[in-house]
Design a protein around this ligand. Structure first.
Ligand code: ADP
Ligand code: MG
Ligand code: ZN
Length: 624
């Protein structure tokens, strides 16, 4: 079949092609000067041979050019060859040529002299001035482009005034509020903004102007970026998304220029949404310690100016997201700038169910017991839940199934919490026994205390996270407040593993390291932040720095008190540990039976564990 050449896409010109074109033109112009000679093999000879050939009557054509003579000769009636020789000042040459014979039809040598032609002034001008300029421009342009692409999209090189930033508005966003599960309060606030973008008249007629900016605040993975896109998708307006770190540039002043550009472009496209993700990258507090003309500070100042400068009634809404609100400059948060603060919290039980539902819509699944999965994922963010659903789907494929089941989800919860199962890791019989008793120790202490979440599952299958086994406790409901008893029992449960090692195996192992960490953190928080030690009443001894990112703390008390806090923490942990030891030594029969079961099956469900406890207590009652 013939290809339709005309329909082929036209390639966009590359600047180098223009450069090549110039070179080609020069070559062709030069070629015109020797039209007949180009492309032939030329043999060099001396002047004597030339005269000899002329005299012997075999020369057909002679061409004299400045100080060279080109001639063609037909030797022995054969092929015509082209020769070249230097010119000698020979006044008789013309006479000789006129007299000589030639194989030409008229018997005469054809000859002429080429007078070196002066280039036209225009051509001269082009070659002397325009061409070098052009070449320099091309080289500069190309270098600039390379440097820009190395520095990232917004990079800039030797350009003054504008930042050259290409911030593209995304005009066709498919995300809607339906994709964001839970977060009802956030959605309510944002719906008002969407409504404003749809019909600003309703608001301007009464004289109201909407908040210029709204700040989305919350831990990572709670859907801040997602909900911002959903606002744009619902409002069907252009969406300028940019990350705070993109403003912080290599060259001083570029960040500020970029902010200026962004607002200029946005005002032209109004109504629209500007979304600055991770705004803490530029919005950090300007503090005295690093005072100076720092790039970030300039960018922030520009942002503040732009936010003041534009007309709120035009329909440019600025959304920003951060998980470190406490680090933001106060000036950003004052009314007229980011005056609305939208809290995006970790989802509660209902929220988790809704999020799981949204993501389960994307995979083929069996009927799923959402309640179990949602309860097992307390404290997980939306991003983690999305990940859990995806892991479950991957597991279903691995198992050769076409539908995701509840057990896939349960297993992937464990994978996300504790890492994947480590099939290759083999424990010795002795180690396995210790791990089994350790885990049963946790479970038993948890089960024997009233203020404690029921045991859901115990396993001693090693995980890639390094855990050799774990005990999973799942709350039946959602607890917002935690009492002193709850927390103390939790510490006791954490010490249960070590207590079992001590009592049953007569040893202590490194397996308790994570328990120790958690128990200490909890006990410390009880003493320093929750006022639960009795000794310090309601005195705060610690502040949390990054509530949404790990929550590291710093002490706010004197060093004497700090030493005393340690004593208090130790006392509390010791008390809990004693309680755990007591529970275990009073229930040795349950310990042995459950551990034997666990060693054999490697996994024991909460129900099976409770059955064992029940059986043993009934037996004990009969005996007494
Ligand atoms: P953030 O910006 O708050 O760190 P993202 O918006 O980037 O979090 O969320 C990451 C992913 O987690 C989203 O793409 C989405 O798949 C999932 N997710 C988070 N929160 C929700 C939610 N409320 N509903 C549905 N999916 C969510
Ligand atoms: Mg984000
Ligand atoms: Zn443990």
């Amino acid at each position: 079949m013939k290809q339709d050449v005309q329909n082929q896409p036209v390639k966009k010109g590359n600047p180098y092609m223009g450069f090549l074109g110039v070179i080609l033109i020069v070559l062709i112009l030069n070629g015109l000067v020797f039209p007949k000679l180009t492309g032939q093999q030329i043999i060099s000879t001396d002047y004597g041979t030339f005269i000899e050939k002329v005299d012997s009557g075999i020369v057909k054509e002679v061409m004299i050019k400045s100080n060279q003579i080109f001639f063609t000769a037909q030797e022995n009636g054969g092929k015509t060859k082209t020769f070249q020789t230097g010119e000698v000042n020979d006044p008789q040459l013309v006479d000789r040529l006129l007299k000589a014979d030639s194989p030409n039809p008229d018997g005469k040598i054809a000859f002429n002299q080429i007078i070196p032609e002066e280039n036209s002034p225009i051509l001269n001008f082009l070659l002397m001035w325009i061409l070098p300029g052009l070449i320099f421009y091309i080289i500069w342009h190309q270098t600039r482009k390379t440097i820009q692409s190395r520095m990232g999209a917004g990079g800039n090189f030797m350009s003054f005034g504008d930042s050259g930033a290409k911030i593209y508005a995304d005009a066709d966003i498919k995300t809607t509020f339906a994709d964001v599960a839970g977060q009802e309060e956030a959605k309510d606030t944002l719906k008002e903004i969407v409504d404003f973008l749809h019909n600003p008249k309703k608001y301007t007629e009464i004289g109201a102007s909407l908040p210029k900016g709204a700040l989305l605040v919350g831990p990572p993975g709670t859907g801040k970026t997602l909900i911002a896109r959903a606002v744009a998708g619902e409002a069907k307006v252009p969406f300028f998304a940019i990350s705070g770190s993109e403003f912080v540039q290599m060259f001083v002043g570029m960040g500020a220029a970029k902010v200026r550009d962004l607002f200029k472009q946005a005002t032209e496209k109004a109504p629209c949404i500007i979304f600055i993700d991770e705004i803490d990258a530029i919005g950090k507090k300007r503090d005295g310690a690093f005072a100076g003309n720092d790039e970030r500070e300039q960018t922030l100042n520009q942002l503040l100016t732009e936010m003041d400068g534009f007309d709120g009634r035009k329909g440019v809404v600025i959304l920003a997201a951060t998980n470190r609100p406490e680090s933001l400059d106060k000036a950003l948060l004052r009314p007229g700038r980011f005056d609305r603060r939208i809290q995006m919290d970790l989802p509660d039980l209902e929220g988790r169910k809704a999020i799981l539902n949204v993501h389960l819509k994307k995979v083929k699944h069996d009927s799923i017991d959402l309640d179990i999965v949602a309860r097992a994922t307390a404290g997980s963010s939306g991003a983690e839940l999305a990940n859990i659903v995806n892991e479950a789907a991957l597991r279903a494929v691995r198992m050769g199934r076409t539908l995701v089941t509840t057990s896939d989800l349960e297993e992937s919860v464990e994978t996300v919490i504790a890492g994947a199962q480590r099939k290759g890791k083999v424990l010795s019989a002795g180690e396995k026994k210790i791990v089994a008793y350790h885990e049963i120790g946790h479970a038993l202490v948890a089960a024997m205390q009233s203020h404690s979440a029921p045991v859901h599952k115990i396993t001693i299958i090693p995980r890639t996270s390094g855990a050799l086994g774990y005990t999973m406790q799942v709350d039946s409901g959602e607890q917002v407040l935690q009492s002193k008893e709850d927390l103390f029992n939790r510490i006791a449960t954490l010490t249960g593993g070590r207590a079992a090692e001590e009592i049953v195996c007569n040893t202590v192992t490194t397996g308790a390291s994570n328990d120790i960490e958690q128990a200490t953190r909890l006990a410390r928080a009880m003493v320093t932040r929750y006022g639960m030690s009795g000794k310090y009443d309601m005195m705060g001894l610690e502040t949390v720095n990054n509530a949404y990112l790990g929550g590291d703390t710093s002490l706010t008390c004197s060093t004497d008190t700090a030493a005393d806090i340690d004593q208090e923490v130790l006392r509390m942990i010791k008390e809990a540990h004693d309680k755990a030891r007591k529970i275990i030594s009073e229930n040795m029969e349950i310990m042995h039976e459950a551990a034997a079961f666990l060693m054999e099956k490697e996994t024991i469900t909460g129900q099976e564990f409770m059955d064992i406890i029940h059986r043993c207590t009934v037996k004990a009652d009969k005996n007494s």
